[in-house]
Design a protein around this ligand. Structure first.
Ligand code: AMP
Ligand code: ZN
Length: 475
């Protein structure tokens, strides 16, 4: 399998340190607001990477953090903590905000069909490990304290600081503005631990040797937690391209300073951005969309998945509602065709014809070539259009599904249930539905469940949506 490595700027043959084991750390989500389509793209493509590694026989340990403290509004270690900002915006406590948006993140991932991490770790649950790492860096002489501000990493102490982003530190010095943080020794130096400022009154603070009321910097959480769960050296680390020059550069500095320059990560995988209607996604432009917006507009989350796969993860993708409508149509067509073939006698993938095998090899080769999903999806369509038998098409698609994560079989069942026009219902079904509506209004969940079973006996399944009860006829 081949993967593009940001460190070398090359597509490399993937060779984990202890094959078949693969350690993978994905930078997690900052839980201060809703998960949007850009996040969905990044984490869905991580999911495809993990599924593909597994298909190639690797045993993946997947660790992903939850950033619930220390991520400041600016990458230059200034500004408000994003969690405090979210708490103010929604009028709730920081911990309530953190849990609400962590839940929303995972619900969004589930809707997309993304596998959950083996370890999901919150920064606030690992304060001890982060502090221990900062103390170790202090002991090794990599830190200095700026009074009233925080503990900083002295980047001039590492000869290869900035290697990931290929930063030109001399140029940075020449071009440096008056430092945003007064007292920094080098423009690239960054906060490891911050102190609460007078009057700041933060909700999240912990005691440290430097201040009774202090908190970790953003970068230290990923170094500390990845090392806690995956050891000093990891095979793959993922994140958005925005993380290359600061966050990941600083993760490397912290980790390699502590371990004595043992290479922290073997393969750095970076995802390109999703734009919306050619604009950066932002609340003020009104183009900040969530999975709920997608569903409310009548699209299936897996149509979004298909849309994401149509572009390579290292290319920018411009999202439009028209393109999603196209993906929805394509998905419906795909599932309908597959549905026809699923009823045919199944065969084993090992027993397919040479023509079918050729399709499989081409599909797997595309995915093994730095996740060339556009090519892989093109091969999938060729299979459906081909003259292969229905049984062969079905077995090939379920093989492809192991890497793509659509759950095609589940979609066939789901799409075969027709949504029923509530005005054209038999009288007895109408009555059951009305009774169930009333039971739900009275919060009588037991009665509501009994009525659901009664409806099922009549051949209807009921789903509770934001607009009320939705009925599907069981085929
Ligand atoms: P954050 O919660 O801001 O730390 O972001 C979580 C992850 O999502 C990071 O790896 C970001 O690089 C990534 N990300 C944020 N916005 C986008 C976007 N518009 N497109 C793709 N990835 C994004
Ligand atoms: Zn990170």
């Amino acid at each position: 399998m081949k993967l593009y490595n940001t460190l070398s700027r090359k597509v490399e043959e993937f060779q984990p340190a202890n094959a078949p084991k693969v350690s993978l750390y994905a930078c997690g989500f900052t839980v201060y607001d809703y998960t949007h389509l850009g996040h969905l793209r990044k984490y869905s493509m991580d999911d495809i990477l993990i599924r593909t590694l597994k298909y190639f026989g690797y045993e993946v340990t997947f660790v992903q953090n939850v950033t619930d403290v220390g991520h400041l509004a600016s990458d230059a270690d200034t500004g408000e903590d994003k969690l405090e900002k979210g708490a103010k915006k929604y009028g709730q406590s920081v911990y309530d905000i953190a849990h609400k948006f962590e839940d929303y993140f995972f619900e969004s991932m589930d809707a997309m069909g993304n596998l959950r991490p083996d370890v999901s770790c919150r920064a606030t649950d690992h304060i001890e490990q982060q502090l221990a790492m900062v103390l170790e860096l202090e002991k090794k002489g990599f830190t200095y304290v700026i009074d009233g501000d925080g503990v900083y990493f002295d980047t001039s102490k590492l000869s290869d600081y900035g290697k990931l982003a290929r930063l030109n530190l001399e140029q940075q010095k020449e071009g440096a503005r008056v430092d945003v943080v007064v007292g920094k020794r080098n423009p690239a130096d960054f906060a490891l631990w911050k102190f609460e400022k007078p009057g700041e009154n933060r909700a999240m603070v912990w005691p440290s040797p430097w201040s009774e009321r202090s908190f970790p910097g953003w970068h230290i959480e990923c170094s500390a937690m990845s090392m806690e769960y995956l050891g000093d050296q990891i095979d793959i680390h993922t994140g958005g391209i925005d993380h290359i020059p600061v966050h990941h550069t600083n993760e490397i500095a912290q980790a390699e300073a502590v371990t004595g320059k043992k290479p922290f990560v073997k393969y750095w995988v970076h995802h390109n951005f999703l734009r919306v209607e050619n604009e950066k996604m932002s609340k003020s432009l009104g183009n900040f969309f969530t999975i709920d917006d997608v569903i409310k507009k009548g699209f299936h989350p897996k149509a979004l998945r298909l849309l994401f796969l149509s572009s390579h993860y290292r290319s920018e993708l411009n999202f439009t509602w028209d393109s999603l409508a196209g993906a929805q149509k394509a998905l419906e067509k795909l599932v309908a065709q597959l549905g026809e073939h699923l009823s045919e006698e199944s065969i084993n993938i090992k027993d397919v014809s040479p023509a079918a095998l050729d399709f499989k090899d081409r599909f797997v080769a595309a995915m093994g070539n730095d996740l060339d999903t556009p090519q892989a999806v093109a091969t999938l369509w060729e299979v459906l259009k081909s003259s292969l038998s229905g049984a062969e098409k079905a077995v090939l698609l379920s093989e492809f599904d192991q890497l793509l994560g659509f759950d095609f079989k589940g979609l066939v069942t789901e799409f075969s249930q027709e949504v029923v026009d509530l005005t054209k219902l038999p009288e007895e079904v109408r009555t059951l539905l009305d009774q169930r509506k009333e039971a739900r209004a009275n919060k009588n969940w037991q009665r509501s469940d009994e009525l659901r079973s009664a409806l099922l006996e009549q051949g209807f399944s009921v789903e509770d949506t934001a607009d009320g009860q939705e009925l599907h006829r069981q085929k």
